[in-house]
Design a protein around this ligand. Structure first.
Ligand code: CU
Length: 112
């Protein structure tokens, strides 16, 4: 199959645009790491839906946002915001913790 030049460009733009649209529509949830804790400590997300967790670190040092099921590790330098995308989760609760403040930085993602 061959395309005229304008059609080819339009097709390329459409292909580039699709992931951008998916990114914009993905549910995103903010978590702040501060004073060795996460806020909020319970994050409710839609079940069976990919979503993004965005972690802002306001601690003086680095923090690592971590879940063991599914396995996710996100190291965040102080003053930085980083995000990670979770796969669709079955309804249930999924603990997370801060690797560098294990005693205090604890929470859970609740999928419903
Ligand atoms: Cu870790």
């Amino acid at each position: 199959m061959s395309f005229t030049r304008p059609a080819g460009i339009a097709l390329m733009l459409a292909m580039l645009g699709a992931p951008l649209a998916a990114r914009a529509e993905m549910p995103t949830f903010q978590i702040v790491a501060e004073n060795g804790r996460f806020t909020p400590e319970t994050v409710t997300v839609p079940a069976n839906t990919r979503f993004r967790i965005e972690v802002t670190n306001r601690n003086a040092g680095p923090e690592e946002f971590e879940t063991s099921n599914p396995l996710k590790e996100l190291v965040v330098a102080p003053g930085v915001t980083r995000s990670t995308v979770f796969p669709p989760l079955q309804p249930g609760s999924y603990p997370f913790f801060g690797e560098f403040h294990k005693d205090t930085a604890k929470g859970q993602i609740v999928a419903k």
